[in-house]
Design a binder for this molecule. Sequence first.
Ligand SMILES: [Zn+2]
Length: 326
Amino acid sequence: MRLIEPPGGRPWALLSLCASSVLLNIVLIARLTVGSSTSATVEAEVPAEAPVEAAIASVLTDAAPTKPLPEGVEVLSAQVEHSLARTFQAKAGDRADVLAAVTARLFFFDLDLRADLQKGDVVKVAYTWDGALAHIPVAVYESKKLGKSLTAYEFKASNDQFSSWWDESGQEMAFRLVDGPLDNYEQITSLLKDRPKHKGMDFKVPEGTPVKSPKAGRVVRANWNVANNGNCVEVQYADGTLAKFLHLSRTDVKEGQGVGAGAVVGLSGNTGHSTAPHLHYELEKGGKILDPIDYHGVVRRTLPEGDRAAFEAERTRLGSWLTNDT
Ligand SMILES: [Zn+2]
């Protein structure tokens, strides 16, 4: 993941993988995504009654006794004040913006941590830091809006190519599109609703992963505006919806060609205005951008029974990290 140096002199990790137009936009997008949520913060005067530890303990009742944290793992807990980034600032300094963005991504199907956070919410994350990015194997967010806590545990299901995050009942935190363009990907990193100027959904996925046309249709364009889109394909589905697949490493179809549902149109990549390998998937009909979540519908997966014992063991291990404090 590249870092860029904005005029303010501070490096911003480009957690928003997809830049829709120019480089400046990338900076603005990154700022919007990770930083400036103050205006959306609910400033309700909620007294901070429960200490952080009590709040966390209430959602981690079966956590193992405190043990030393593994090498490189740090734990951060805080009562939420203003934006998540500002909340993390006091304890994590320069890492705060990145930590906030990565944390928000774990929960963003349930909670918009710009609009939905409230004073008095409690957040606790265990993370490792590679110098630019945070990896968060376990996190808890206690939300006043939802009236409950959300906990995300990283776990690789035996049939999956990548690890994902699951709640305590073994439900995946992230939704998946029904018949989406990728069979396997690491994480959905941007939803349509996340950023006003971003028109699609981003999937973090290694370069070279087959990208499918989810529905039957006809290839309208390939490799237009390569400077921005990189290698790209646009398919018109039978219902008239235009689907764009951007930042590919390779396109495998030609203009005018018919494609069946599930046909591979190219391989994912990191071309054009893209800061890390990912697929940008965008839908438009009649000049209007559609949300892939609405168009495709979503499913929330549950861990297979055969993975439950291993998941419970991992859940106990990760949960024990959060009983440590810094
Ligand atoms: Zn995108």
